[in-house]
Design a protein. Structure first.
Length: 101
């Protein structure tokens, strides 16, 4: 299993149209072949010192293996997301992990 977790800090000045474009394009990422599970979400209301809640949106995708994630990276839907939405965030952090068993 390969988990691709992406955290976006969206610009505060995004228009409603830009926010809609982000949501639409990010949701389309869930349809890419090889994505076994995925969701787009916002920070939970949990409040402990160790929890990062400063991000705007989280995209979590699960793939069967590294090859499936590598194919996702070059999929045209992913390219379109980067091209159309890359200017919408001030910061992005990606955490990739694999099962160790």
């Amino acid at each position: 299993m390969f988990v691709h977790a992406v955290y976006f800090w969206l610009r505060d000045d995004l228009t409603a149209e830009e926010r809609n474009t982000f949501e639409t394009r990010a949701t389309a990422l869930l349809t890419i072949t090889g994505v076994e599970h995925g969701y787009l979400g916002v920070p939970a209301a949990t409040d402990r010192a160790v929890i990062e809640r400063g991000y705007s949106k989280a995209l979590i995708l699960v793939f069967g293996d590294e090859a499936a994630e590598a194919a996702y990276q070059v999929d045209p839907v992913h390219d379109r997301f980067r091209d159309e939405c890359g200017s919408f965030w001030t910061k992005v952090r990606i955490y990739d992990s694999i099962s160790d068993g």
